[in-house]
Design a protein around this ligand. Sequence first.
Ligand SMILES: [Zn+2]
Ligand SMILES: [Zn+2]
Length: 190
Amino acid sequence: MLASERQKQIKELVVRRKALKISELSERFQVSDMTIHRDIKAMVASGFVVKTFGGISLANQDTNVSNRNECVVCYKTINNRLSCRLILTENRVETACCMHCGFIRNQMLDNEVLEILCDDFFTNTTISARNAYFVLETTLDLGCCQPQFLPFNQSEHAKRFARGFGGNVVTFTEAMEKEAKQREKSKGCC
Ligand SMILES: [Zn+2]
Ligand SMILES: [Zn+2]
């Protein structure tokens, strides 16, 4: 198994279970404790997990209660205009600072995500991200995460925006792929 694949699985596990033991992980993946320590190094550095005695636990566990003003992925303060909400199973809701982090979280949680809601950049009304069109690589810098994904309900609005400020119009699936590819390249989150 590739290190990146193992790290992805560790992330998914810690999201689901909240806390994990190093020994448990090394056994599960048939690698040394050292390897697991190396795997979780970046996750600890990015604040995604915290180290505990002999293990790791998910940072920021009570996101759906007390930290609504922080992005669940990068902990930036939420700017309502750009933020998105992930509606999860078991009545959980998480907020991300922008669609960039929304995509990351969506990929992390995968089938626990029932719906992603964001605001149409043009009309400011709530729309479903899965049916939205996104403008990528626009010259307008909104000061949140890069690459930027600006959501629009209508492809015509997205196209018009792209004509005015530059950028490409993509669908939800295409945007997800772009985000994943970009992250692969930079090997980091946010
Ligand atoms: Zn964020
Ligand atoms: Zn952001």
